[in-house]
Design a protein around this ligand. Structure first.
Ligand SMILES: [Cu+2]
Length: 153
C-alpha cells in the first residue's frame, strides 16, 4: 500500500504542473504599442498612454502598473462634464478578446507620480502593466513634451 502511494504522488504532481503550464496568462496575449508619457514640469504627475491589443480568445483586465522610475502608478479615467475636465481612479480596464483598449488623453490613462529622478523628453521609461490574473507585461514608454497629443505628433 505504501509503495503505491509513493509512486502515484509524483505522477499526480507532474500532471498538475503540465495543466498549469498549458494555461496561458492574460499578459501573454497582449501587445502594447504607441506607448508614451506626457512629461509635465516639476513634480506634476505624468499621464501615460498606450494601445493594448488582445490576440487571445478571453478578455484581459488591466489592473494597474508600476515603474522603477516613479513612486506610484494608478489607473485613471478622464471625463468632461459641463466643460470641466475631471479624472477618477478606476479598478480595471477590460481589453476585449480579439479587440483593443486605448489609453489616450481625455480617456483612460496611467497616472505616474513621484518620479524617482527627473524624466526628460526622449527618455525611454520601462513600465510594467499588471493584469487581473497577476501576469505582467513590460513596455517601453517614450517621454514626450507637455504639448504632445500622441506617441508621434
Ligand atoms: Cu489621472
Amino acid at each position: 500500500m505504501n509503495f503505491r502511494v509513493t509512486r502515484t504522488l509524483p505522477l499526480l504532481a507532474a500532471g498538475l504542473l503540465a495543466a498549469f503550464a498549458a494555461h496561458a496568462t492574460e499578459a501573454e496575449h497582449i501587445r502594447a504599442s504607441q506607448a508614451w508619457i506626457r512629461v509635465l514640469p516639476g513634480d506634476l504627475p505624468a499621464g501615460a498612454y498606450v494601445t493594448l491589443e488582445n490576440t487571445g480568445d478571453q478578455p484581459a483586465l488591466l489592473r494597474g502598473a508600476r515603474s522603477a522610475r516613479y513612486g506610484s502608478a494608478m489607473l485613471h479615467k478622464s471625463s468632461a462634464e459641463g466643460g470641466v475636465s475631471r479624472m477618477a481612479m478606476v479598478d480595471e480596464l477590460p481589453v476585449p478578446a480579439h479587440g483593443k483598449a486605448e489609453l489616450s488623453p481625455g480617456g483612460y490613462h496611467l497616472m505616474l507620480m513621484q518620479a524617482t529622478a527627473p524624466v526628460n523628453v526622449g527618455d525611454k521609461v520601462k513600465v510594467t502593466l499588471t493584469f487581473s490574473d497577476g501576469s505582467t507585461l513590460d513596455a517601453d514608454f517614450v517621454a514626450r513634451p507637455a504639448n504632445a497629443t500622441s506617441a508621434s505628433d
